[in-house]
Design a protein around this ligand. Sequence first.
Ligand code: BGP
Length: 490
Amino acid sequence: MNKNVNVSVNNRSFPANFLWGGATAANQLEGGFDAGGKGLSTADVMTAGTHTVSRRITPVLEAGANYPSHEAVDFYHRYEEDIALFAEMGFKVFRMSIAWSRIFPNGDDAMPSEEGLQFYDRVFAELAKHGIEPLVTISHYEAPYHLAEAYNGWADRRTIDFYVRYCEVIFNRYKHSVKYWLTFNEINILTMPFGTFMAGAMKPEGNAELTASVQTDNEQLRYQALHHQFIASARAVKLGHEIHKDFQIGCMIAYMCSYPLTCNPEDVLLAQQKDNLSNFLCSDVQVRGAYPGFALRYFQEKQIELQMEEGDGQILKEGCVDFYTFSYYSSTCVSAAPDQESIGGNMSLGLKNPYLQASAWEWQIDPQGLRWSLNNIYNRYGLPMMVVENGLGAVDTVEADGSIKDNYRIDYLREHVRAMGEALADGVDLIGYTSWGCIDLVSAGTGEMKKRYGFIYVDKDNEGKGTLDRSRKDSFFWYQRVIASNGAEL
Ligand code: BGP
């Protein structure tokens, strides 16, 4: 008798309908910051800063200062050319965000701006023309600046209603063009002090001239604002499903992969605690619909008292997301011992891993960490997943013949795509990949242009000078082959 049992094993190949593409965000890409009736956004008052590691907030616009979002790379006027280039690479999906202040210039306006809505009508029509599926981030590190001024942004519960109204308008308007939505970009960044203004639209306390990362921190306020975003996200998910039953609405987490520096159980425990608080706190609320126990313990120990309304628990339960997405760039280490070597200068990214190389911005390169992260997250939620940001920020050189030989970027991406293949073979339900900054754009962290991620080069420098002409890097042709072979030719 044949005792062999037929077991089907996953392989490393990507599913036939895998969503290959690239990712961007409105304030880093569009420009046209005051065009078409757009209001000022929180991103529009951040300068590139006097140094390169962090951006400065100048609530009063200073003459002569370099505000990277104002022109960005001018997608606002060049979207047809850019989308044609994405199509040439074979994109199946394009991740973009809608600038809230194009739709509601002040955030609390009675009526949306028709001109703002029409801009995205045109963008979605162009994507449809090329058979590219949009993946839309509803709020990517910006909010109408008026909400920061008049309400202190997400610290105020009323901001939830403004956001839900904005969602209602864009869901109804674009329901036949957009299926995939993400409620907040990297929602867990609000658990960090540098997220206060960028992610929370809350004004730095008591000092008008503070950098985005160094400011008076108020943890109580940040978690209160985060609670408001959770409620807003859950209400948006519920509303979206009512507006169109086929909507797929996801969360988006900046997944911070942190290894214990040693096998000392104290380091191992610390790594788990970091994973819980930095990564899983937010996704547990958004995926499972309730705060996890370790969050409640943390709030108690830090004497953080969240103001919740009756019914909030129910809202969270009814607004669980359909899929999980995350950004992954690098990994770091944690240690319970003092005085370990850290990386990232005063951005203080975490501890150095002696086994890894790092980028010019000291982001440690760790493709295996992506496989580890995919497994770690999938084991917890079992939901379909997308990697919606991944890439190498690097300085590119244009050769005399106009070519850009970015083999370092190809090497980085190849190994990360390979790691995704391994995760697929591990059984992870990975449905898409949008590498970050598929066209060069402004850096969120530093406001620089020279920190480039793109397959498409944009002629513009750190001072904002250049023709804005687009050209294809070597990685453009590499990614084209990857997509055409569905991940087989790396
Ligand atoms: C993520 C953000 C993006 C993006 C990326 C790269 O955290 O969601 O907006 O910019 O990081 O970061 P940076 O631009 O600082 O290199």
